[in-house]
Ligand binder design. Structure first.
Ligand SMILES: NC(=O)CC[C@H](N)C(=O)O
Length: 223
């Protein structure tokens, strides 16, 4: 029996308050493990998905929209137990703290859970966007580098819960002042975070990785 036969197809939501959500929906819909990928904007919609992607964009704006629309509590509840992947701004929202690189405004909250602290805008402005080949732990054909697209990207400053945070990708060389070895993707249980934007490439291996991780997590919870 293959992995696909063992697991039920899953319905994946993409948080669609702001940012690069349509690109995630398009890539997720290419995967046979996904029954449907849909935009999620409120508590009713999040209740109908098995897993969630929080896209890149602007973490401050996303959090403010979620708070003002009254969606924040349902979003927070979902990420506590359900498979969620944050890319770029999404990873910032899943972190415990922003330690440098532009603090959060006012009393802006984070969802937390990933057990890391973040440095925002670690590589500088939009002009300093770049693509970096990455070895991502656990991808199909892992020897083939993954095209990491970094746009005003954060990096992981510190792992706060080393006992259960797994490093998934690191920079393979220095980029400006950011040194080789800087952590750019992590997993903690049902949560995945990546500083780069896999939805802006044609490579769907990171999406497949997340979907399989979500299926395994869901299967393990129902045992
Ligand atoms: N591409 C991105 O998602 C950029 C993230 C943005 N710099 C933030 O702090 O939210």
């Amino acid at each position: 029996m293959t992995q696909l036969d063992e697991h039920k197809k899953i319905r994946v939501g993409v948080l669609a308050l702001q940012g690069a959500f349509s690109e995630h929906i398009i890539l997720l819909n290419t995967l046979p493990q996904v029954s449907e990928a849909v935009a999620v904007r409120n508590a009713q919609e999040i209740a109908q998905v098995d897993a969630l992607v929080i896209p890149g964009g602007e973490s401050t704006t996303m959090a403010l929209i979620a708070e003002r629309s009254g969606f924040w509590p349902a979003l927070q509840e979902f990420v506590q137990t359900r498979p969620t992947w944050g890319t770029c701004a999404g990873m910032i929202l899943l972190s415990e703290a922003v330690t440098s690189g532009g603090t959060l405004k006012g009393d802006q909250k984070l969802l937390g859970g990933l057990g890391i602290s973040i440095k925002r805008n670690a590589f500088g402005t939009q002009k300093e966007s770049f693509e970096a080949g990455l070895h991502v732990e656990g991808l199909d054909n892992a020897e083939r580098l993954f095209p990491g697209v970094f746009i005003r990207a954060p990096v992981i400053d510190e792992i706060l819960k080393p006992e259960d945070v797994q490093v998934v990708a690191k920079l393979e060389r220095d980029y400006g002042k950011t040194p080789k070895g800087t952590i750019v993707a992590v997993r903690r249980g049902h949560l995945l975070g990546s500083a780069f934007h896999p939805e802006l490439t044609r490579d769907n291996r990171m999406h497949l990785f997340f979907v399989k991780m979500a299926q395994d997590w869901i299967a393990s919870q129902s045992k």
